[in-house]
Write a protein that binds this ligand. Structure first.
Ligand SMILES: NC(=O)c1ccc[n+]([C@@H]2O[C@H](COP(=O)([O-])OP(=O)(O)OC[C@H]3O[C@@H](n4cnc5c(N)ncnc54)[C@H](OP(=O)(O)O)[C@@H]3O)[C@@H](O)[C@H]2O)c1
Length: 243
């Protein structure tokens, strides 16, 4: 899907990749951009941008956002949290899941009626840690793996209704999230371009940076992808033909 003249909602836009996605969507001619933040509103001098208070764990705020938006073509679930842990703290794991898994699911379900109406797209910002755990952030890795699995189910369940569902498999990007982690990182601006390019090309999994691109071919030709397609065939015709 091309985002020119489209209405887009992005979560977690005050910094990092979310902020870069806002700029890139505007450059590509988005018609209206709803910029979600859980804290202070995004300050940006472009009349196409509507700031939105949206903590993805807050159901009341999600419901208010749906009422305010009214029509939507592209939902980008970008908000996320990653903190070092060692699987000893259950509260910490639940907190990652609350944002990185249930946050995506709650926001997505709330906006589904609008996305079905527009035959729109859902883009979930995930991570290489969804494919294999990064054991210094295992709670985060669990949440991203679960979110990839959920993304694959949503893709199969919504295909018949004209809604496309994309997983972004991000490698290391130079944002606050991995400050102090001394490895090569791609700039958020180029990751944002890669995400919209992948969406435009209709890629189910989008690999928007050099580290993630190095596994793209293997993923697309691999057993998990083949199984995803095989299992999607179990979706009952009543769901698959709902369009
Ligand atoms: N940077 C990387 O290397 C990398 C790699 C793989 C995947 N990713 C994924 O890319 C996405 C963006 O990451 P980033 O690097 O831009 O991280 P970041 O710079 O740490 O920004 C995270 C954003 O998410 C927001 N957020 C956190 N919890 C939220 C909540 N409950 N409701 C709404 N917004 C919330 C933050 O808002 P506040 O400012 O209020 O905290 C912030 O805007 C995340 O999903 C992340 O997992 C990043």
């Amino acid at each position: 899907m091309n985002v020119t003249n489209k209405t887009i909602l992005i979560t977690g836009t005050n910094r990092g990749i979310g902020r870069a996605l806002v700029d890139e969507a505007l450059k590509r001619g988005a018609k209206r951009l709803y910029a979600g933040t859980r804290g202070a509103a995004l300050q940006i001098a472009d009349e196409r941008v509507t700031p939105l208070t949206l903590d993805v764990t807050n159901v009341a705020q999600i419901e208010r956002a749906v009422e305010e938006i009214g029509t939507l073509d592209v939902l980008i679930n970008n908000a996320g949290v990653a903190i070092y842990d060692d699987l000893s703290n259950f509260d910490a794991i639940e907190q990652r899941l609350a944002v990185n898994l249930f946050g995506i699911l709650k926001v997505t379900r709330a906006f589904l009626p609008l996305l079905k109406r527009s035959k729109g797209a859902i883009v979930n910002n995930l991570s290489l840690a969804a494919l294999a755990p990064l054991p210094i952030i295992p709670g985060y890795s669990i949440s991203k793996a679960a979110a990839l699995n959920m993304t694959q189910s949503l893709r199969a369940l919504l295909a018949g209704q004209g809604v496309s569902v994309h997983a972004v498999i991000l490698g290391p990007i130079d944002t606050d999230m991995n400050r102090g982690f001394d490895i090569p990182k791609a700039p958020p601006e180029s990751a944002a371009r890669g995400i919209f390019d992948g969406l435009e090309q209709g890629e189910e999994e989008i690999f928007p940076d050099p580290a993630s691109q190095s596994v793209a071919e293997g993923w697309r030709a691999g057993i998990p992808k083949a199984l995803e397609r095989q299992f999607a065939a179990f979706v009952p015709p009543s769901v698959a033909n709902a369009a």
